[in-house]
Design a protein around this ligand. Structure first.
Ligand SMILES: *[C@@H]1O[C@H](CO)[C@@H](O)[C@H](O)[C@H]1NC(C)=O
Ligand SMILES: *[C@@H]1O[C@H](CO)[C@@H](O)[C@H](O)[C@H]1NC(C)=O
Ligand SMILES: *[C@@H]1O[C@H](CO)[C@@H](O)[C@H](O)[C@H]1NC(C)=O
Ligand SMILES: *[C@@H]1O[C@H](CO)[C@@H](O)[C@H](O)[C@H]1NC(C)=O
Ligand SMILES: *[C@@H]1O[C@H](CO)[C@@H](O)[C@H](O)[C@H]1NC(C)=O
Ligand SMILES: *[C@@H]1O[C@H](CO)[C@@H](O)[C@H](O)[C@H]1NC(C)=O
Length: 353
């Protein structure tokens, strides 16, 4: 009876206002809406939060619609979540190779996502990558209404991760659309045609200003950890290198408002760069080896001196890697793990307060 009532309430709120509803998962409850100024509320039952972060995971457009690396990543995640509570996942863009999806009915949602990742009871928080913009990016937002675990209520949004049933704030995560923000909004499709999103400089400046206002407001709210996540990296030593507009305009904000870590994909490897600037250290995490591995250190000299702490990619293995984040009120541990279970590397961040 209560379940039926709950179901009706959810259906009703779908009808009244797009994306305003509550979703109950195994060890958490999520309140979702598309009001940019208010974070999604994600209350975890436990006194800690555990999540995976992975970018560039999105399969291939031909049979079997997944790569062996993606398959191994999915099986590894499934195995971990069978053995311990995993509360959520951050999907850092390039959700569908190579040209995104065409519509909310595109079969790729099933073939490269639903059929590959087996845990229905763990929500995914997504952002869009450049490959997603080669298709219909809005269709991926609409899919939030079709799948309980697919969460992408807007091009950008934020999440308040709370533990102990919502009693304690733990992590504030700001998900930003770096494809819209970047000068590299010019990118090429498979026929090498340039794709332009026509975001004016004026509009980009407005976006950066909004990010600043958000981070300023959040810095007063005493979250133990603040994370910003985008598809394009700020710093990277690999194929694409640093993203200039993010280095110029986002990086000062990350340091000024004492963000702990910036998570990105785009490069198909694992990187950690740590940089202290304006008296604050930001950990730059790249986790993009969940589908199509690629090794490159082409931009080794384009990052701050001594900032590169870790690099891993191996194109000859069937294993990918991803970041496993475990946080409680004492510390946030970020572990880079290969899908055979081997721990590659660990970063520890202390609670700010
Ligand atoms: C699954 O996890 C268990 C326990 O952590 C581990 O012993 C086992 O090797 C894993 N299996 C695979 C296929 O990763
Ligand atoms: C999360 O917890 C807070 C604090 O207990 C509570 O006010 C809020 O309603 C909870 N949200 C959800 C979606 O359960
Ligand atoms: C971007 O602007 C150019 C020139 O004004 C136009 O030809 C093109 O169609 C626009 N692209 C999009 C995606 O709106
Ligand atoms: C975020 O999305 C909202 C709604 O689409 C938009 O108004 C805002 O400009 C965007 N901000 C950023 C920082 O991308
Ligand atoms: C930088 O941080 C140190 C240690 O917290 C502090 O003593 C110093 O005053 C800070 N300097 C500036 C310029 O904020
Ligand atoms: C982080 O790692 C330390 C050991 O280095 C461990 O004692 C602590 O429990 C870990 N924290 C979480 C939240 O897993």
């Amino acid at each position: 009876m209560i379940l039926i009532y709950f179901y009706l309430m959810v259906r009703l709120s779908y009808g009244l206002c797009k994306f305003s509803n509550e979703r109950q998962f195994q060890n958490s409850i999520l309140k979702i809406h598309n009001d940019y100024d208010t974070p999604l509320q994600f209350n975890i039952t436990d006194n800690y939060a555990r999540f995976f972060a992975l970018g560039d995971w999105g399969g291939i457009p031909i049979f079997p619609y997944r790569t062996i690396v993606q398959q191994n990543v999915a099986l590894f995640m499934h195995n971990v979540s069978k053995n311990m509570n995993v509360h959520f996942q951050l999907g850092l863009g390039d959700n569908f190779y190579f040209d995104g999806v065409k519509s909310v009915d595109d079969k790729r949602f099933k073939l490269s996502f639903e059929d590959v990742f087996l845990d229905q009871e763990i929500p995914w928080f997504f952002i869009l990558g450049n490959h997603d913009y080669l298709g219909n990016p809005h269709a991926q937002i609409e899919y939030t209404e079709r799948s309980k675990r697919w969460i992408l209520p807007n091009y950008n949004y934020s999440i308040s991760v709370n533990i102990n049933q919502g009693k304690n704030k733990l992590i504030y995560i700001l998900m930003i659309d770096t494809v819209l923000l970047s000068q590299e909004t010019e990118f090429r499709d498979r026929s090498n045609k340039v794709k332009t999103l026509n975001v004016t400089d004026h509009k980009k400046n407005d976006y950066f200003q909004e990010i600043e206002e958000t981070l300023k407001k959040i810095s007063l709210e005493k979250y133990p950890y603040v994370i910003v996540a985008g598809h394009y990296p700020v710093w990277s030593v690999s194929e694409h290198g640093p993203t200039k507009i993010l280095v110029d305009k986002l990086r000062p904000l990350l340091h000024k408002y004492k963000v702990n870590a910036y998570f990105a994909g785009h490069e198909h490897d694992m990187e950690h760069l740590s940089h202290t600037y304006m008296n604050s250290t930001v950990e730059y995490i790249i986790t993009g080896i969940a589908n199509l591995p690629y090794y490159s250190t082409e931009h080794l000299n384009d990052v701050p001196k001594d900032s590169l702490k870790y690099y891993w990619a191996d194109i000859f293995q069937i294993h990918g890697a991803l970041a496993l984040v475990e946080a409680d009120l004492n510390a946030m541990n970020i572990t880079y793990i290969k899908t055979n279970g081997e721990k590659l590397y660990q970063i520890k961040i202390k609670n700010k307060f």
